[in-house]
Ligand binder design. Structure first.
Ligand code: UD1
Ligand code: UDP
Length: 360
């Protein structure tokens, strides 16, 4: 009868946009926002632009180390779950909010449904990898974006039921990208011309928390031969500032630094970029869907199919590899990798089937 959904980060607001409205046609949803992301441009803008229902409860649990954040979330979510007594707790992706929602539910004996289950980088140094593995192993229902993550889950012998439903971010991207192609304002605001700029984002702890790697990232951005639009994640802005590198980036003539952008403006810039340069997970997928070549600033990816099809290249923070990747010819084929844009419907159908009381 009742699903309690836990979200807290920018990509999770996008994912919830594909599911919450459909879910509410058939079941009760209590949406809990952990507050992990809290600035308007990291949170509120996604609710208003994408029609995500307002949270029933907004906790203020952002900032701090991964351990502190997760611990605070567990403490805060346990009484909420006890009071709401949901039939299942729904979580998305691989953030601290995902693990806290999943673990608090499992400890309360409430079944957990995990959307975007089975993703693996096989790099345990990433906080996200720990969050994914742990959440998958405590979930009852594991909903995968493609066959590859389902195979990881089979190899790890998870106890829950595994189903491939497609990717919920694809649902949103396929709706918004065609409209974004006609929206010139974000390009005008950034002072760039279609097809003649690179859109760049970076926020991974592994890239920005280590001053040496951060300096390498800046060097790479400085070497790019095209204008670069750089919507700055707050973690990255803070680290650049602390390292004394921010002023140099702001002063670079070919780099247009912006605050984090809303989904519509960001998608408008993405769909007309010459290339996407990123360490984001979601953005690698969105570039693929837009037919924009991606250069990923990591040495692993969970979205392996985008690399196998030739649309994405892993360069870590290697400047020469980045320059070569920007010059490469584009593949002729762009097969459908992550579903048909109806993953949200399949998520809801799987929830109703797995937890029959939901539809009672
Ligand atoms: C988190 C996720 C990461 C995800 C990313 C999406 C974890 C371990 N990491 O990383 O997987 O890809 O979100 O963007 O869960 N801050 C603000 N305003 C905000 C949000 C954050 O100023 O609205 C600052 C705070 O100083 C905060 C820091 O950014 O301490 C980092 O935020 P946090 O949510 O801990 O990690 P992200 O780097 O955003
Ligand atoms: N995004 C956005 N504005 C930005 C940067 C990203 O709307 O300035 C969107 C992007 O389109 C994608 C999501 O945020 O849907 C990805 O979030 P992020 O890169 O923060 O997290 P990740 O996917 O790496 O966990």
């Amino acid at each position: 009868m009742k699903v309690l959904t836990v979200i807290g980060n920018r990509p999770q607001f996008v994912k919830a946009a594909a599911v919450s409205r459909i879910l509410r046609e058939q079941a009760e949803e209590v949406l809990v926002h952990t507050g992990q992301h809290y600035d308007d441009e990291m949170s509120a803008v996604f609710f208003s632009e994408l029609g995500v229902p307002p949270p029933a409860l907004e906790l203020q649990l952002g900032t701090g180390t991964n351990t502190e954040q997760t611990a605070r979330m567990l403490s805060a979510l346990a009484p909420v779950i006890a009071e709401e007594r949901p039939d299942c707790v729904l979580v998305y992706g691989d953030t601290n909010s995902t693990l806290a929602g999943g673990l608090a539910a499992a400890q309360a004996g409430v079944p957990v449904a995990h959307v975007e289950a089975g993703m693996r980088s096989f790099d345990r140094a990433m906080p996200e990898e720990l969050n994914r593995v742990l959440t998958d192993h405590l979930s009852t229902l594991l909903l995968c974006s493609s066959d590859a993550p389902a195979a990881h889950l089979a190899a790890e012998r998870v106890v829950g039921r595994v189903e491939v439903v497609g990717d919920v971010m694809v649902d949103v991207a396929l709706l918004v990208q065609p409209r974004a192609l006609a929206d010139d304002a974000p390009l005008r605001d950034a002072g760039v011309t279609p097809g003649e700029y690179v859109l760049a984002t970076a926020h991974r702890a592994g890239n920005v928390d280590d001053p040496a790697r951060l300096a390498q990232l800046v060097e790479l951005l400085m070497a790019l031969p095209l204008p670069v639009v750089l919507p700055l994640h707050p973690r990255t802005g803070a680290r650049l500032d602390a390292a004394g590198l921010l002023d140099g980036v702001l002063a670079a003539e070919h780099v247009r630094v912006t605050p984090p952008l809303g989904y519509l403006a960001f998608t408008a810039l993405l769909t007309r970029a010459r290339a996407m340069l990123t360490d984001s997970g979601g953005v690698q997928k969105e570039a693929y869907l837009a037919g924009v070549p991606c250069v990923t600033l990591r040495d692993t990816t969970e979205w392996t199919e985008t690399v196998e099809t030739g649309w994405n290249v892993l360069v870590d923070l290697d400047r020469d590899a980045t320059l070569a990747a920007l010059d490469r010819p584009l593949p002729a084929e762009r097969p459908q990798l992550y579903g048909d844009g109806h993953a949200g419907e399949r998520v809801v159908a799987a929830l109703l089937e797995s937890f029959p009381r939901l539809s009672a």
